[in-house]
Ligand binder design. Sequence first.
Ligand code: OXD
Ligand code: MN
Length: 593
Amino acid sequence: MTAEKHLNASPNPLVKAWVEEMSSLCEPASVYWCDGSEEESVRLTELAVRTGALEPLNQAKLPGCYFHRSHEDDVARTEHLTFICTPQKEDVGPTNNWMEPSEAYAKLREIFKGSMAGRTLYVVPFVMGPAGSPFSKVGVQVTDSVYVVLNMRIMTRMGNIAWQTLGESNDFTRCLHGLADLDVNRRYICHFPQDNTIWSVGSGYGGNALLGKKCLALRIASYLGKHEGWLAEHMLILGLEDPAGNVTYVAAAFPSACGKTNLAMLIPPESQSRYRVWTVGDDIAWMRVGEDGRLWAVNPEAGFFGVAPGTSYKSNPNAMRTIQKNSIYTNVAKKPDGTVWWEGMDEEPPAEALDWRGKTWTPASPSKAAHPNARFTAPAAQCPSISREWQNPRGVPISAIVFGSRRSRLAPLVYESKNWQHGTFIGSSMASETTAAAQGPTGVTRRDPMAMLPFCGYHVGDYFQNWLTVGKRLQHAPKIFHVNWFRRDQNGDFLWPGFGENIRVLRWIVERTKGAAGAVDSTIGYLPAPGAIDLSGLNLPSSAAAQLLAVDREGWLQEVAEIEEFYGKIGDRLPAALRQELNDLKDRLKSHE
Ligand code: OXD
Ligand code: MN
């Protein structure tokens, strides 16, 4: 593979020196500095098609769209191969894998050594966050994957803008990525927070390889946030517009593949059409205390890397409209007419297609046509519901924070915390059933604090403390809620219709932030008062409504025991205030016998 050297290299000598060092380690045949231009994108896409990294889709029906099929065992994040590398093991806490930095560098250096022979090393400068925003951070990723370059171009503000933002500064995240031989036994995703450095080898999968996303914008950024007094969170950001035209901003954390993209792009059903949802972001929020004492948030990304299966004109019309052009589809099924299909799409399954592995598939095939974690990568600017404010350098003011989990039992449809500290406790103790976004079994309930279990780049006890500390600086703290769209009945059927109907819950949340809408106090927090959530026209059986908002005392006592066990693992870095919240919850449950 050849690519001409590019002359528009960074003037920053620190970047140049680092790229030279990485290049002499990986020994590529050539080095290419990306400028982010349109012309470059066309050229690199052509190159990707020539080398087989991308296949063009039907350009009449899906203009500018391409298809990528990944290595069969490289289809999801690999949490067991993801490490935080700090000198002291105790600094990564019980929720992270640890490696000593010099050992990690040595181990990965062996794998990177000469691994780009005959290949091109691309230098990908990028900014996370809107141009000119005090929130924004610069990263430079070197990679030998043109697929990664083209995805980074969609997901970040990529190119010369990063050099302009960086100037002569040393303040950039050094991101080294290589495919090497894609051997899962030689796959490592290592973060060196003290060095502002990420080394990832052996995977081309988004969450492992687009280093601006999970690695920088969550793991490294959460560490920076702790030191600089802000929050980097696994949260969507949306604005809910009421019939009078007022927009209230909500940030909501859900674990991977639990509907963040759907909620961020929600279209209300006919009966609720006087309300509107505007999308600011679908996966990550960086939040700071503003001079006005409110919490302000930006979406550091520029695109969506969404889960394809289940996405349809019924479940998420805005996502479907977003991905009709200039998008990359990974591990979906390909139809004979060069368009794409996945399970849960509106249309009937095709009579025949190529499955995500490239094998002939028919509806009679025993396996799925698309991988359950098949993805689309699409520019945020193409989203019909994109907020006018999504690139505002100041961010948007957040009135409500929502923690959401996927739990078939126990957690009610929605409840509100009593205050910031209690809300932090609720986020810290949440649990959710695992999904296909990470390698490993699905449907297993695990503690996933703030939906950050795989993404918190330092000790989770210190992370909880950072939440409490930030909360103390807020004069107008957002109210904190918990939601669960995924409750099931005894037959395993969902109790709540979800999707567009979630607007009803969002409305209650937003009205609560304004001191309106009724609530009743309970042992776990404030529940909607009877009739406070508009259920008109839903035909929800009254037993379902009751179950959705019930507090099962026995179940919660069991939950308390499980939280105690989780908190026990955190040890003495668990903030005393959260232990107190847990004890108070236990006392309340016991005294309601
Ligand atoms: C993602 C994830 O890709 O959370 O956003 O896995
Ligand atoms: Mn995510």
